[in-house]
Design a binder for this molecule. Structure first.
Ligand SMILES: [Zn+2]
Length: 195
């Protein structure tokens, strides 16, 4: 007893009672669905990267690394499902997990946008000293100021900034990092002003 690759119904003959597709047709149907949903998932990943820059989280780099790992694990799952489908193996459970993960990057993008857009709390400024700056050009440019931390962790903060703040700030400057705490508790950076 296996599940139909197309509709997921249990079946014991080559032709599925439920949707009427033979094993090979069901395999093609599943692979087409996988391709379409993977396109939606990849677009969601791009949407997330773009959206994450709108109200940049203070811990943007950690968030991007975490989401990147989840993204590639999910793509790996898609490849695994397809490999099994080609061999006409059992994919029902894996397929459901994969399809369930498709909206995740879209939801995370919406979460970060809502976190900034509906944040009505007052901003607060944190005094810090710039110890380094780095930028990476590209379609979604990355600009960070490395500053001394005002938090208990005591590590350096990698503050995401826009081009204007980046260009007018220099290593050794003392700056105020203007921060809002975020609707869902993800602190984000409004900007940096030189002190
Ligand atoms: Zn079927």
């Amino acid at each position: 007893m296996t599940h139909c690759l197309n509709c997921g119904a249990e079946r014991d003959a080559d032709v599925c009672d439920s949707c009427g597709l033979a094993t090979t047709a069901a395999e093609f149907s599943l692979r087409r669905k996988l391709l379409n949903r993977t396109a939606i998932f990849v677009l969601g990943g791009l949407a997330f990267v773009v959206a994450s820059g709108r109200y940049p989280a203070l811990e943007l780099d950690e968030i991007l690394i975490f989401v990147g790992v989840v993204f590639f694990l999910t793509l790996g799952l898609a490849i695994w499902v397809e490999r099994r489908a080609i061999r006409h193996g059992e994919v029902e459970a894996l397929k459901r997990i994969y399809f369930g993960l498709i909206p995740v990057p879209w939801l995370l993008a919406a979460l970060l946008l809502a976190n900034g857009a509906f944040d009505s709390a007052r901003p607060h400024a944190e005094r810090a000293r710039v110890v380094g700056k780095f930028s990476m050009p590209g379609p979604v440019a990355t600009r960070r100021l490395a500053v001394t931390s005002w938090r208990e962790s005591g590590k350096l903060e990698r503050v995401p900034v826009d081009r204007v703040d980046f260009d007018r700030t220099f290593t050794g400057d003392t700056v105020d990092v203007n921060i809002k705490d975020g609707l869902v508790g993800i602190p984000w950076v409004i900007g940096v002003s030189r002190h």
